[in-house]
Design a protein around this ligand. Sequence first.
Ligand code: SAH
Length: 225
Amino acid sequence: MSLFSRPTPEARGLGMTSQRARDRLIDRLKSNGIADRRVLDVMRRLPRHLFIEEALASRAYEDTALPIGQAQTISQPWVVARMTEALIEHKLPAKVLEVGTGSGYQAAVLAALVANVYTVERIEELLRNARRRFRKLGIENVRSRHDDGKLGWPEHAPFDAIMLTAAGEAIDPILFDQLALDGILVAPVGVPGAQRLLSYRYDGKGWVSQSLGDVSFVPLLGGLG
Ligand code: SAH
């Protein structure tokens, strides 16, 4: 059974050849504490090697971040799994905003789990490549936009969940304005060398954060790349 509606024969073929490497990665994620079957199943099926340059494809199923050009990285699989798990653990969101499309891998993971994914990227070339990958994999429920995602995507708010995949020193309140009150926001927060992955939920009075551990992300930048 294929993950998405219309994967091309090429995508299917490449996926099959890498299945064993992918299975090993999933075993590793499990032994490092990732427990949500829905997340593990999606990552087992999604061909991460299609989201990086061919020269690095042989490293696609290592649990490590890899360069994707423009001084950016595709996040480490464990981090993708942990963030996705946190985003869906209380209830399955129907509408998710991702800030920082990058390679498109995190958006593709989300697209297999939730009905509608909105993703914003400030570097046009990365966004173009990500869109090409969505098309190739037959992913039709991701809407993407070239913009500064610090400002969210107000036209489509409110979102049930918001995920930032680049780290700022604080979360701009404008993003909480675009989040449903029973929603969740997951983001790396802090300066390089001292970042924590935080999840925010509303407790009736304000947005309260919980730490999911230390991480290392590229910085959230302003303006367009
Ligand atoms: N989710 C991505 C991770 C990419 S790294 C993946 O799965 O591959 C983070 C990305 O955030 C980079 O591509 C960077 O260009 C982008 N980014 C940084 N600041 C941003 C901003 N203000 N708005 C939108 N994208 C931003």
